[in-house]
Design a protein around this ligand. Structure first.
Ligand SMILES: Cc1ncc(COP(=O)(O)O)c(C=O)c1O
Length: 419
């Protein structure tokens, strides 16, 4: 079975060698090379991930945890090894704190559902105004079930979380604080460790949506000290269909399972069912085995790369992207901190003069530029910014300066056509 060898982390930084591992990026569309600037929606996959999933289906396909035969043993070993890898990747204290889900959305739903019996009509839930709908709607559903109240955490004029307003909201002793680590629409970064410490002081449970962070930043859940941290495999070079719910063991153990059935039980009779231990207790049914194995390959791939070079490369690209957009003229950028204390991570949100974002997106697509246009599943944020929507260009580990130049040139063509 052909498998791409990971690049040793001691090797000199050869960006092209990293990019070469992503087969989808080698294509042309019409007369243009594909310029993929939609990594925040989903990243492209390295060959190693594709190979790992193929290998599972070709050689090891079996259900996990249940059969007596060797294929199942192999599949189970591979599946459980990824749990350890994920625990290591985010520095969880034990692998039972890692629950495989189908994505960030499911992870947050599991927490919101699972905490329901602990909520009363007196409880308050604070939510980041920049949150993705996946980190809003499940809490609204929890509020409907329990009678709890939702309060948004306001933003400052430059679209950063308003720490003073947050401090004030914490005085009401909320039961839970739901934050994003990195905003999917703007690429703004929350000072998550400080925000969590403040929430803890106020006695709140905390959940961090790391969907846009894990591919770009080093995540350490013990250092961050949150109760729950969630993310999706497909935004960090892994496959779709697999996500992670990390929870502090004692907190995870209090969650009522959202899904019940096979795999998650100790004993079942028609009189009563006793649930199993973590992590199985929260993983009912056959999991996404190939996808979990693919996620493991993505983590190995990332581990094989020189992280500090990658961070520096991505930061330089983000600065270049922002500067080139501003140089173009008639472009508004959103979510840029006034004091530039923090470089945005992964994504840049913009509009071209008064043009509709969808028109800009279509004209860019005609030049093989892939960006996302719309409300980015962040309607409350768009309302706050007084926008119907915007375009978002987002980068990944494979993005290079040529991509940015191709994009800017194409946007200039759009500008000449529309303005
Ligand atoms: C910040 C954030 N949270 C949640 C989600 C939902 O992720 P998924 O669709 O993989 O469940 C996304 C996806 O764009 C996101 O960017």
């Amino acid at each position: 079975m052909k498998s791409t060898s990971p690049i040793p982390s001691q090797a000199p930084f050869d960006h092209q060698a990293i990019r070469d591992q992503f087969p989808a990026l080698k294509q042309t569309i019409g007369d243009h090379h594909l310029c993929y600037l939609d990594t925040a929606a989903t990243s492209q996959k390295p060959q190693a991930v594709i190979d790992a999933m193929n290998e599972y289906y070709q050689l090891n396909n079996a259900n996990v945890h249940r059969a007596a035969h060797q294929l199942s043993t192999r599949a189970t070993q591979q599946y459980e090894a990824v749990r350890q890898q994920v625990a290591h990747f985010i520095n969880a204290s034990k692998s039972q704190e890692i629950i495989f889900t189908h994505g960030t959305t499911e992870s947050i739903n599991m927490v919101a559902y699972g905490l329901t019996p602990q909520f009363t009509p007196n409880d308050i839930i604070l939510i980041d105004t920049a949150a993705h709908h996946a980190n809003i709607v499940p809490w609204q559903e929890l509020a409907k079930r329990s009678g709890a109240t939702i309060k948004p955490i306001p933003l400052t004029a430059d679209a950063q979380l308003d720490i003073k307003a947050y401090e004030q909201l914490l005085q009401a002793k909320p039961k839970l604080v739901a934050l994003c680590h990195v905003s999917n629409a703007l690429g703004t970064v929350n000072p998550i460790n400080d925000l969590i410490a403040m929430a803890k002081n106020a006695g709140a449970l905390t959940l961090v949506d790391g969907a846009q962070a894990v591919a770009h930043l080093d995540v350490d859940v013990q250092n961050t000290d949150c109760d729950f941290y969630v993310f999706s495999g497909h935004k960090m070079y892994g496959p779709t269909g697999v996500g992670i719910l990390y929870g502090r063991f004692e907190q995870l153990n209090t969650l009522t399972p959202m899904l019940t059935g096979g795999e998650m039980i100790k004993t079942v009779s028609f009189d009563r069912t006793e649930y199993g231990e973590l992590p199985n207790r929260l993983e009912a049914g056959t999991p996404a085995i190939a996808e979990v194995i693919g996620l493991g390959a993505a983590i190995s791939f990332l581990h094989g790369l020189p992280r500090e070079h990658i961070h520096a490369h991505e930061q330089k690209l983000m600065q270049y992207l922002q500067a080139q957009l501003l140089n173009l003229g008639d472009v508004s950028l959103y979510g840029i901190a006034n004091d530039k204390r923090q470089i945005n991570v992964g994504s840049v949100a913009f509009n071209l003069a008064g043009e509709h974002h969808q028109d800009v997106g279509i004209l860019l697509d005609q030049q093989a530029i892939a960006v996302r246009c719309g409300h980015h599943c962040a309607m409350p944020l768009m309302n706050e910014l007084n926008l119907a929507g915007c375009c978002r260009a987002s980068i990944g580990i494979y993005t290079n300066k040529h991509d940015i130049d191709q994009f800017i040139q194409a946007l200039n063509t759009v500008k000449e056509l529309l303005l």
